[in-house]
Design a binder for this molecule. Structure first.
Ligand SMILES: Cc1cc2nc3c(=O)[nH]c(=O)nc-3n(C[C@H](O)[C@H](O)[C@H](O)COP(=O)(O)OP(=O)(O)OC[C@H]3O[C@@H](n4cnc5c(N)ncnc54)[C@H](O)[C@@H]3O)c2cc1C
Length: 393
């Protein structure tokens, strides 16, 4: 029998517990990686499944229903888990620099840290608005908002900035969730007023005409005031100012604008696109550092640009795991070919959903039940793990 020294092992580090990495861990648990020390660094030990976030806010799910616990998953995969936040990369020394713990060395690094809606371009927004990501912070602010609403009788105005699928879905979920909380106390929600702001001419700019019309109808029925074609240019003292000079007094401003990337990736010297996302080839490797992979929102596929979406992050998982295995074995990597289109299932808070793809859209309660089934099945893949945990090294 030959004992494996730690120095014989190759270090594979997964940075971030996003939608792709949880799938990689699940696969490595089922088929261990010999001769490899696997390490996961993640800010949160529970990884939020964004598809269920609106359902969590609307009150259809408990916290655990919509989160994947990383500890059992890492145990299953034979991985070490460091609960820490990466703040830089030392690409020459091949180390991840963390907020609290010592730097972590890697032979191969994969980055799946997601994105956040950018607030820094709008004066006054940083620190005063509530970005929908990171989701853990958003959930804490949501709980505080619920308490404020419950303890107040006077009118309240709630605005959401950003009318992509995330913004529209979260607004409708917030409206439903707060209405439900008030109804449980026998109170009406008529004193709550909702606003949706977008700098595009219509809501859901990347969706088809039929989907846009369905949501415009639903927002009108729910008495949401939609302000289109106006960039928000300033936030100050509970007021939001638009490019045309229009001002809106708001008690809570939720921020769901386009995704932005962590600035330290570019500062570390990785090749990034004009928005700061890590540029990767179709093997999912950084175009500047072949021992660094990136997937999910934080990656920018140079040959196949795609919108930022959890669906694409989930799909990259299998290709990433295959290429990490090949890279560790010194074999040729295989290209990842993303689908051009994907089906979107967007909920409206009240157990109702719209399915959209290419030029068509369908709506109904049955679609919500289908979405609910898909989402719960996805979470179960990670909560119901087989008994035999993998051993690394
Ligand atoms: C309200 C809302 C609803 C959405 N609904 C859908 C939907 O239904 N379908 C869909 O396809 N997309 C949806 N999206 C988009 C989706 O959220 C993102 O595309 C998806 O989360 C990206 O996944 P990811 O794996 O790249 O990263 P994430 O899921 O964001 O995971 C990032 C992980 O990295 C960790 N992390 C972050 N920074 C660091 C750091 N510096 N150091 C260590 N760890 C770090 C985090 O803790 C987290 O575990 C929605 C978005 C929003 C806002």
């Amino acid at each position: 029998m030959r004992y494996v020294e730690a120095s014989d092992l190759k270090d594979l580090v997964l940075l971030g517990g996003g939608h792709s990495h949880v799938g990689v861990l699940r696969r490595i648990g089922a088929r261990p990686l010999p001769g490899v020390r696997l390490t996961v660094i993640c800010r949160d030990v529970r990884t939020a499944y964004s598809g269920m976030l609106p359902g969590l806010i609307a009150g259809h799910y408990a916290f655990d229903d919509a989160h994947i616990a990383l500890e059992p998953l890492c145990r299953f995969a034979g991985a070490r888990l460091y609960c820490d936040e990466a703040i830089a990369l030392d690409l020459a020394e091949r180390k991840v620099v963390c907020q609290s713990g010592p730097p972590i060395r890697y032979d191969l690094l994969s980055i799946n840290i997601g994105s956040t809606p950018g607030t820094s371009a709008v004066p006054g927004a940083d620190g005063s608005v509530v970005p929908v990501k990171p989701i853990q912070k958003f959930i804490a602010r949501w709980e505080a908002l619920c308490q404020r609403v419950l303890s107040r009788e006077s009118p309240m105005r709630i605005g959401v900035v950003g009318a992509g699928a995330g913004g529209v879905e979260i607004l409708l979920a917030v409206q439903f969730g707060l209405g439900k909380l008030l109804a449980a106390q026998g109170r009406s929600a008529d004193h709550l007023h909702y606003y949706l702001f977008t700098n595009t001419g219509r809501i859901l700019p990347t969706y088809n005409e039929r989907t846009r019309r369905i949501f415009e109808r639903i927002l009108a029925q729910r008495r949401v005031r939609v302000v289109t074609g106006q960039a928000v240019v300033e936030v100050a003292d509970g007021r939001l100012r638009c490019a045309d000079g229009g001002e809106y007094a708001l008690d809570e401003i939720l921020w769901a604008t386009a995704a932005s990337a962590a600035g330290w990736l570019a500062r570390s010297g990785l090749a990034v696109d004009e928005k700061g996302f890590v540029e990767v080839s179709d093997t999912l490797q950084s175009i500047s550092h072949s021992n660094v992979f990136a997937v999910g929102d934080i990656a920018s596929l140079v040959d196949h640009p795609r919108p930022k979406s959890g669906v694409f992050a989930v799909r990259q998982s299998k290709a990433l795991e295959r290429n990490l295995r090949r890279a560790l074995a010194g074999r040729t990597l295989a290209p990842f070919r993303p689908q051009r289109h994907s089906l979107s299932l967007i909920s409206t808070g009240d157990r109702y959903a719209i399915a959209a793809r290419n030029g068509w859209a369908l709506e109904g309660r049955l679609l919500w039940r289908w979405k609910d089934w898909i989402d719960r099945r996805f979470i179960r893949t990670f909560s119901e793990l087989p008994n035999s945990p993998a051993r690394s090294g």
